[in-house]
Design a protein. Structure first.
Length: 194
């Protein structure tokens, strides 16, 4: 199925820039920049939206909800309903602290795993969307509160890794969009992706 909606999960505002929880926004911004797509603020969807025309009847939408992470699903579902996009045609790009920093995991099913943005998508969009999970783990120190960890900024060393991996994240996302989840899973869900 043609993935026609790509949602990057994150939080709006300067205070949240460069935090682990905004990894999805960082990758979507890089994808939009690479393909020269312009973000437009949409009051109707409470989001920043970019339109990506790929040919006749092949429009793809990129969305960055401005609802804050915990309510992302409201924004994504509003756009999906308006353009009649099924959950199976949606990809969500977001941080995952259970995956090591620099790695990607693609999946189609599963629980929210403690991620409030994904829980909101499950509530408002339903299951079936593709998950493009960006590793931001492991959580250190392990006793640190999960919210404090994901809302914290990358250390300078971690930020270097993220900066080095941006092209890899974008080409992986392009692979998912071009070839579908199965091919993306086979190529990206390895500890040593080629």
């Amino acid at each position: 199925m043609f993935l026609s909606l790509v949602a990057g999960l994150g939080n709006p505002g300067r205070a949240y820039e460069h935090t682990r929880h905004n990894a999805g926004w960082v990758v979507l911004d890089a994808l939009a920049k690479k393909h020269r797509l312009a973000w437009k603020r949409s009051a109707a969807f409470n989001a920043e939206v970019a339109r990506w025309d790929l040919g006749p009847n092949r429009t793809r939408w990129l969305i960055k909800p401005l609802t804050f992470m915990n309510d992302s699903g409201r924004s994504v579902s509003a756009l999906a309903r308006f353009y009649k996009i099924a959950p199976e045609a949606i990809a969500a790009v977001y941080d995952d602290l259970t995956i090591d920093l620099g790695l990607i995991k693609v999946s189609v099913t599963g629980s929210a795993g403690g991620h409030n943005g994904v829980a909101s998508l499950l509530e408002h969009v339903g299951n079936g969307f593709v998950r493009y999970r960006l590793g931001v783990g492991p959580k250190e120190p392990s006793e640190m509160d999960m919210a404090d960890f994901v809302l914290g900024k990358f250390t300078p060393e971690q930020q270097i890794i993220v900066n080095q991996k941006i092209d890899h994240y974008v080409t992986g996302l392009e692979l998912l969009l071009a070839r579908g989840p199965e091919t993306a899973m086979n190529q990206l869900n390895r500890r040593d992706p080629k």
